[in-house]
Design a protein around this ligand. Structure first.
Ligand SMILES: Cc1cc2nc3c(=O)[nH]c(=O)nc-3n(C[C@H](O)[C@H](O)[C@H](O)COP(=O)(O)OP(=O)(O)OC[C@H]3O[C@@H](n4cnc5c(N)ncnc54)[C@H](O)[C@@H]3O)c2cc1C
Length: 334
């Protein structure tokens, strides 16, 4: 039996009681219903890039989504694309860019599957899945039935969706609406990263991949800085008054609410004394040498060491600034 160490990018976690890897949507639905009927614990696994699993797992049945298929329907302004949940996210991005479509190129290099992308509303450089997702098919754990959920039903927020708030089940496919465009519409964050000059989606993809690689944010087997879940904490959103009095020097970004600002979690962590490459004594968990916001596995870290460092960082930031950092990955079996 594979251990979760072998199928997650943090590379920790024990062996589940069972692991199946359905290849078609019919198999995926059948496997879920079968496991759910047992009443035992279960986990839907995509690329394992946002999961920290305990080394001592309780009885757990893992359903690893490996369904494939991309169906493109052209429209007068671009295309509507239906993607099966097990497709690799970055391969999907590459596919759309090659087809002259724009809307997700700034999210190049994010690991994982398309089916997981709505769960935390993945995003990078000002683009997020919520901007381009039209609807998805969902198999609901409570009812055992499939349903179509529209974008407005999904309660998308910053790294947040209804799937983090009690909507339990499995995403079967996701549909996106992208536009044909010679140039990428640059968000504030993308201009900050790449500059204001007009660029094609392909140019944006290439530059984003290069930027991410410098920060250890593109998976690279030999590089321990990428044995991670990417950012371990979300950027905290605080009141504008708090930001201007308590953290006036902290880099920040506007949010949809004009009374609030999003602060740089990486800056808070560094100013709280946890720099790049930091580890607790004799621990094999450390912050990335390229980015203080990523907790990484330096070789054979235990899941307890990863969580211990996360708690240490939370306590350091809380003591220094009174801000509670919220972990982004899903912690399984702790
Ligand atoms: C190096 C690195 C860089 C990263 N950079 C970013 C970034 O820039 N922006 C960003 O937003 N994220 C980033 N991440 C986090 C991660 O890539 C995303 O959260 C991604 O969407 C996770 O996909 P996955 O298939 O690996 O999900 P998994 O880790 O396998 O699962 C994550 C969660 O989604 C659930 N899930 C998975 N598939 C389904 C499904 N079909 N139906 C229902 N639930 C499902 C799982 O049960 C779990 O709760 C990064 C991670 C790494 C390692």
């Amino acid at each position: 039996m594979l251990s979760l160490r072998e199928v997650t990018t943090m590379r920790v976690g024990g062996s589940p009681a069972s692991l199946v890897a359905p290849q078609t949507s019919d198999e995926l639905i059948a496997e879920c219903l079968k496991v759910w009927a047992t009443g035992e614990d279960w986990l839907i696994l995509g690329g394992g890039s946002n999961i920290v699993a305990a080394d001592e797992l309780p009885l757990l049945n893992v359903i690893k989504v490996e369904t494939k298929g991309i169906q493109i329907d052209e429209t007068p302004t671009g295309a509507v694309i239906r993607v099966q949940a097990g497709e690799d996210w970055d391969e999907f991005v590459a596919h759309t860019v090659a087809a002259g479509l724009s809307g997700i190129e700034a999210m190049s290099g994010i690991p994982g599957t398309v089916g997981a992308s709505p769960v935390q509303n993945v995003g990078a450089y000002g683009q997020e899945v919520a901007d381009v997702l039209t609807r998805l098919e969902f198999l609901d754990y409570e009812t055992g039935n499939t349903e179509i959920l529209e974008n407005k039903d999904l309660a998308f927020g910053y790294r947040d969706s209804i799937f983090k708030h009690g909507k339990v089940g499995v995403i079967i496919w996701v549909e996106f609406k992208l536009v044909s465009s010679a140039h990428t519409h640059k968000t504030e964050r993308l201009i900050e990263a790449l500059g204001p000059a007009e660029e094609t989606p392909l140019e944006v993809r290439k530059r984003v991949l290069a930027l991410r690689a410098q920060k250890g944010m593109v998976l690279n087997e030999p590089d321990h800085d990428t044995w991670s879940c990417g950012s371990f904490f979300t950027n905290p959103i605080v009141s504008r008054a708090f930001a201007t009095t308590v953290t006036p020097d902290c880099p920040n970004w506007e949010t949809a609410n004009e009374d609030e600002l999003k602060l740089s979690a990486a800056w808070l962590i560094e100013k709280a004394g946890v720099g790049k490459g930091f580890s607790l004594s004799s621990s094999k968990a450390a912050t990335s040498t390229k980015h203080s916001l990523a907790i990484t596995n330096r070789g054979d870290a235990t899941s307890a060491e990863i969580v211990e460092l996360a708690k240490f960082i939370q306590t350091s930031v809380s003591n220094r600034f009174g801000i509670n950092l919220v972990p982004e990955p899903n912690l399984i079996g702790f």
